[in-house]
Design a protein around this ligand. Structure first.
Ligand SMILES: [Zn+2]
Length: 309
């Protein structure tokens, strides 16, 4: 028997099959669905010592702690960056999404900073990561609009604590499980231009550096919207795991663009927060469920759709 959930997934599959283009908006929930969780086993495995010392309940909160030394700050952050940005993505959620839109006219707007879209094979030309990237450093008191790759530095920092970074990026604990909670002073990153401390290229305040790549991606997104949303084209705005932390980046613009175009469809998949204003309901498919489950359903539903033709 077909459930209400099946019907919604089928409605979304239909919107996907019929649209001219797809604009994906992805928030934190997308990476949670991909297994990049901030509590539980991953927290205990990689931050057990910090949890015992400071009582952090999740990785995210720990990131705000004012550690007393830069050596300890970077011990925490290098682990955080490595497991969320360089270690393999725990499951296939991003790949399933790529399978759905590959060969289609699509663009991705994301507030995620874990580089998962590129890592899963999405084209960089179809991607705008508005809030930065864990894999880039910038000057903490920006002396220039530059960012630089931090892979080697972060790897050196986790290894200096005793972790073993495998060739595929998996981070292992040493056999005795003992790791240091600080990095050597000489590994604390600094700006190559002015010598001030370096920091992650994340939009937390006004010091966020919008480098050349950021501006290029921003222009590509603007161009995509300009050329796809005019003349009543059939656009599917597919919002995945976007909460209410920064609704002005994805959620509200998606609602506005859907409202302005009677041929547009707004799809929203989010566990616990799949909501749409009443005025948009006739143009919307909202699914309150695990994103990966829905993507699995959609890939299956798409195949069924094709078989029927
Ligand atoms: Zn500098």
């Amino acid at each position: 028997m077909e459930t209400a959930m099946d019907q919604k997934i089928e409605a979304l599959a239909e919107a996907l099959a019929e649209c001219d283009s797809v604009v994906i908006g992805a928030g934190a929930g997308m990476s949670t669905a991909a297994g990049l969780t901030y509590t539980g086993q991953r927290l205990r495995r990689y931050f057990g010592d910090f949890v015992r010392a400071y009582g952090f309940g999740d990785m995210y909160s720990g990131g705000f702690y004012p550690f007393s030394t830069p050596e300890q700050h970077w011990a925490y952050w290098s682990r955080y960056i490595w497991i969320n940005r360089y270690a393999p993505i725990p499951n296939d959620a991003y790949e399933l999404l790529l399978k759905l839109v590959e060969g289609r006219d699509y663009f991705v707007l994301t507030t995620n900073v874990d580089h998962c879209f590129q890592r899963a094979g999405f084209s960089k030309k179809r991607l705008f990561y508005t809030q930065g990237d864990y894999g880039l450093f910038q000057c903490s008191d920006p002396c220039c609009n530059e960012t630089w790759d931090n892979c080697e530095t972060v790897k050196a920092m986790v290894e200096a604590q005793g972790f073993i970074a495998q060739p595929d990026g998996t981070l292992d604990l040493p056999e005795d499980g003992h790791v240091l909670m600080e990095v050597p002073g000489q590994l604390v990153p600094t700006c190559p231009h002015c010598g001030r401390p370096a920091t992650m290229n994340l939009r937390a305040d006004a010091t966020f550096v919008e480098d050349e790549g950021w501006h290029e991606a921003s222009a590509c997104y603007g161009n995509f919207l300009r050329t796809r949303t005019e003349n009543g084209q059939k656009v599917l705005f597919l919002e995945l795991g976007v909460g209410y932390n920064t609704p002005i980046i994805i959620k509200y613009p998606f609602w506005q663009m859907t409202a302005r175009n009677g041929n547009a469809v707004y799809g929203c998949v989010n566990r616990g927060e799949a909501y749409v204003p009443r005025e948009l309901a006739p143009q919307s498919v909202c699914i309150d469920s695990d994103i990966r489950e829905v993507l699995l359903g959609l890939t299956g539903a798409t195949v069924r759709e094709g078989e029927r033709l």
